[in-house]
Ligand binder design. Structure first.
Ligand code: ZN
Length: 292
């Protein structure tokens, strides 16, 4: 009897030990790149981002949205890109309903568009996205947002902490899937000058670059549920959405997508939200959430 128990115990311990051994390098690498990221001087961080933007100037690019610092007051960001905090709104707007039972929608983020490849009608627009319990999300599009036109919505939920979304022009790679942002491995490989400012701090350039682009992510690489970007083509994790405009029936243009980048809110199991708009009716936008 005792030996059976001992054998079972040894077996279980063996499995646990094996599991720890397999996971250890993964976790150690994450711990290392996060520690390096936290110790980086601000000017090094700025230099890396600047080199990425310079690299983007030479070929096809998209606008990466970097989850930047938390902001205490919302006022400075009312008409700018941010996650959490309060949404921009104008007279006549109300807080969208999130469920048929009347639960309020969750404000996710707003994006001020300045990606040139989208075309003139989209420049400077502000797109506001709420998460609703439905296939299609609540998306609002404002042509000329400004503080004077801002009317605060009665908050149906207490505002979450607010983080700035910092636009970073980033090189894109073209392939069968279309024009997609270049992720850290490829960036370091194709534009080695980006890694030069990091040389005194690490030799895991791609891992630290992942932290720079998505601060404190639990990982050393990036995928669709971890990032947000404007322009190019959607990084699909399910079938294409092929949305059409409710007003004219024409196919809509891909505007931007974002993954699980809103602190404290989970859209789905590794969800990604895709936002589209009609070039002829830019007030009409649609958003869809997919998950793995
Ligand atoms: Zn239309």
């Amino acid at each position: 009897m005792l030996t059976t128990v001992a054998w079972i115990l040894a077996f279980v311990l063996g499995i646990v030990g094996l599991f720890v051994l397999i996971c250890l390098p993964h976790n150690v690498r994450i711990w290392r790149v996060r520690r390096v990221y936290r110790s980086l001087p601000a000017d090094v961080l700025e230099q890396v981002l600047e080199f990425i933007e310079q690299a983007a100037a030479h070929g096809p690019s998209v606008t990466f949205l970097r989850l930047a610092e938390e902001v205490a007051g919302y006022d400075a960001l009312l008409v700018q890109s941010h996650v959490g905090g309060v949404p921009y709104a104008e007279s006549g707007d109300d807080w969208p309903q999130g469920t048929p039972e009347g639960e309020p929608a969750k404000f996710m983020l707003q994006v001020r568009l300045d990606e040139p490849s989208l075309g003139d009608q989209w420049q400077d627009r502000l797109i506001v996205v709420f998460l609703v319990f439905d296939a299609e999300q609540a998306v609002r599009s404002y042509a000329a947002p400004c503080i004077d036109k801002y009317v605060a919505l009665e908050p149906k939920r207490p505002p979450r902490p607010c983080n700035r979304l910092q636009p970073v022009r980033m090189p894109a790679e073209g392939g069968e899937e279309g024009r997609l942002p270049m992720l850290p491995d490829r960036l370091c490989n194709d534009f080695p000058e980006i890694t030069v400012p990091l040389e005194p701090y690490t030799n895991d350039f791609a891992g630290v670059l992942a932290q720079i682009l998505r601060p404190n992510v639990y990982g050393y690489d990036l995928d669709a549920p971890r990032i947000a970007y404007v322009g190019g083509d959607p990084m699909l994790i399910q079938n294409p959405h092929d949305p059409v405009c409710d007003q004219c029936g024409k196919p809509m243009r891909f505007l931007f997508q974002f993954g699980e980048v809103v602190p404290g809110v989970q859209m789905a199991d590794d969800g990604v939200c895709y936002v589209y708009g009609c070039d002829d009716h830019p007030d009409r936008c649609k958003g869809f959430v997919d998950s793995h």
